[in-house]
Design a protein around this ligand. Structure first.
Ligand code: ATP
Ligand code: MG
Length: 332
């Protein structure tokens, strides 16, 4: 089977609806046709200011939420990044084939370091995409399911793989981003031209998967729309309504056209009330399942240990090959 690889940072107390739709739904779907590796990038999470105790708890929540979303540990390796040391080892090697200029062009670093302001932008935040390249290449992944915001990083990964292969001989599979156009970007409900983001300090426009049905419903009902009344899909002219239609469509499996027809002549309020119920139900079920999983830490630990063991079976031979190609001698 071809391989798929993806991760989602445990930088907030919970994943949000954008992660669920833009990432997890695809992860789950890909399990049928791919040997999948899904992980919690705790080593990426330390590139911004953070609290170690919180990180540990968030890592468990992240694992439980990935499982609640439908990641099947029988079929896919689910693991924590720091449990597989080969990621960091490969990242160091890739540092040597990454240009300072090309790393400097990464827009996520520019955005995130600008947000950190003059306070503290770490070198880790700068080299983050190189660790991400290692995350992908260490598994010889074919497909990388991500949202639109990660396209540039996957592009860098491809360049690094090709460059390494060219300089040192065929070593890495050159991966492709797997981006589902329709759901690649779920927007903030209060600011529907910006991405729904876990690191946004304000969560009135972000539906967290730990929200109660009531909290989630309220956020949907208060979503910013526009001063017209017609329900129609038009991202440029009507970003708020279009975002709601996208969410409605993916969560129900109905096409946007179908939904638009069903709401002909109706007001935004109708659409919001119905979607609030759909999202409320999702977070209700999802939250209950997550809490159940979190109640048995022993079982979570076992799942993550098995996932890391499976991951290392693939990661270790890749690193061996890379070390050999790099001219490193083998210790006795
Ligand atoms: P941050 O804003 O701090 O970068 P995030 O919310 O983007 O956090 P990530 O860990 O960076 O979370 O992303 C995890 C996965 O979810 C990635 O595949 C990313 O592309 C996807 N994703 C994140 N936000 C959205 C969104 N609003 N719509 C669709 N996909 C998203
Ligand atoms: Mg992100």
């Amino acid at each position: 089977l071809p391989r798929a690889l993806s991760g989602a940072q445990p930088t907030a107390d919970s994943y949000h609806l954008g992660n669920y739709i833009g990432a997890f739904m695809n992860w789950v779907a890909l399990q049928d046709d791919f040997e999948a590796f899904y992980f919690i990038p705790d080593m990426h999470a330390i590139t911004v200011d953070y609290d170690p105790q919180l990180l540990a708890e968030r890592t468990y929540v992240a694992a439980a939420q990935m499982l609640a979303a439908g990641v099947d540990p029988e079929r896919s390796a689910l693991f924590v990044q720091s449990h597989v040391p080969e990621h960091a080892q490969l990242a160091w090697i890739l540092n040597g084939v990454t240009g300072f200029g090309e790393a400097s062009r990464m827009t996520q670093f520019k955005d995130k370091s600008a947000k950190a302001g003059t306070e503290f932008a770490s070198v880790g935040l700068f080299t983050y995409p190189i660790l991400m390249a290692a995350d992908i290449l260490i598994y010889q992944a074919d497909k990388v399911p991500v949202g639109e915001d990660q396209r540039q990083h996957v592009e860098l990964t491809r360049n690094l793989a090709q460059r390494f292969n060219h300089r040192f001989g065929e070593t890495f599979t050159v991966p492709e981003a797997y981006i589902v156009k329709e759901t690649a970007k779920i927007y903030d409900l209060q600011e529907p031209t910006s991405k729904m983001s876990g690191s946004n300090p304000v969560h009135t426009g972000v539906v967290d998967l730990t929200d109660t049905p009531k909290q989630a419903a309220k956020k949907i009902k208060s979503a910013v729309t526009d001063s017209e009344t017609e329900i129609r899909y038009d991202v440029q002219a009507k970003p708020g309504v279009s975002n709601l239609l996208t969410i409605y469509s993916v969560l129900t499996g109905r096409t946007i056209d179908d939904i638009v027809k069903a709401y002909e002549g109706k007001q935004y309020g109708h659409l919001k009330v119905d979607l609030a119920e759909i999202v409320g139900e999702l977070v209700g079920t999802f939250g209950a399942r997550t809490r159940e999983l979190l109640d048995d830490r022993g079982e979570l630990d076992r799942i993550l240990a098995a996932g890391a063991a499976r991951a290392r079976e693939v990661a270790a031979p890749t690193l061996d090959l890379v070390y050999e190609r790099s001219g490193f001698t083998k210790p006795l």
